[in-house]
Design a binder for this molecule. Sequence first.
Ligand code: F6P
Length: 368
Amino acid sequence: MSRTSLRRIGILTGGGDCPGLNAVIRAVAKTAMFQYKLEVFGIEDGFLGLIENRIHPLSVDDVSNILTRGGTILGTSNRANPARFAVGKDADGNPIFEDVTPRVLQHAREHGLDAIICIGGDGTMTGAAGLAAHGLRFVGVPKTIDNDLMGTDITFGFQTAVSIATEALDRIHTTASSHHRVMLVEIMGRNAGWLTLHSGLASGADVILIPEIPYDLAKVGAACVARSKRGKAFTIIAVSEGARPVGGKQVIQKIVKDSPDPVRLGGISQVLAEQIEQEFGLECRATILGHVQRGGTPVAFDRVLATLFGHKALELALAGEFNQLVVMQSGRITSVPFETVAGKQRLVPVDHPLIEAARGVGTSFGDE
Ligand code: F6P
C-alpha cells in the first residue's frame, strides 16, 4: 500500500484507562495531521463508539494540551467486544450476548475509516483481531499498568503506576514504624506481579507477595517475627491483588458479568492482615491502593514511550502493515502480529533477576 492511499484514520482507546493514553492519541493525531495531511476521527469509549456510531472528527485543538493529562480524552470501555456484546439481560439477570460486528462494519464504512489505531490491552486486541477478519484494518498500541502483555518488554503506564505504588509504600513506612505494625499494601496487576515487584523493590518492602510465587502463611509470619527479633518492630508487605497461598485461590472482589474479562481481583491484603493478626499476634493494617495507581499525569518515561508507540503505529498504518501491535523489544520499537500476543499473559519468571536481587537484600517472597 502506498502512503497516499490512506485518507482518514480512526483512533480508539479500549480497556481500563492508563497514564499515557492521551500522549499516544496526540502523537498519532498530530503526526497524521501535520506530516501526512490525513483526517483523524476519534471513536468514543473504545469499541462501544464503533457499535453505537459515536465517531467524530478530531481537530488540532482537540489533541493539544493533552500530553500530560491522565485518562483518555476519547473515553474507554472494557465491556464492548463486538463479537460478544451484551444487548440486555435475561430473567435471572445474566447478560444476553449478540454478535454486533455488522453494525461496527457499517459505522466504520459510513465514516470512511481507512484504518483504525486501537490503543488497548489484550481484550482490545482480541476484539480488533476479530474485526480484522471482516476486513477492518487495525494497528494496535499496547497499554496497561500491569505490564503483562506478551511480545513487548514494557507498556506505557507501567512506570507511572510503579511510581505511585512506590510513593504509597514509602508513605506507609511512617505509620508502620510509629505504631510497630505490619502494614500490607495491595497493588494491582491482575495475574502478573510486575507492579508489586518493581514498587516493592523500589521501596524496600520487607515482604513481596506476587501471583507467580504462591506464599506460605507460616513463612510470611516468620518473616515478620524475625524482623521483630532483630529489633525492627514493623514490617511492610507489598502484596499483589492476584497473590495466593500455596494450594489456595486468589481473592475475587467481584465478577463483572458483561466484561470480556469478568474477574476483578481484590481483598487479599485484608484476608492476610486478619490471618497474620490471629496466627502471630501482630497488629496489622491493610491498604488497597486501587485505581489511584492508574490516575494522574504520566511520568516522563511513559510520555516518551507513548509518543514513540503512537508514531510507530501511524508509520505502520501508512506502510499498510495492518493487524500488527507496536512493541518494544530489547530497546527497539518494532511490531508483532496480533495473533502472536492475543490471549497470552506475560508473567514474572520466578528466576527473574529482580527477584534474585530482592532476595539478596533479605526480602521474603513468603516461600522460603
Ligand atoms: O488491567 C489494569 C487493571 O487496573 C488491573 O490491574 C486491575 O485488576 C483491573 O484493571 C481493574 O479493573 P476495573 O478498572 O475494571 O476495576
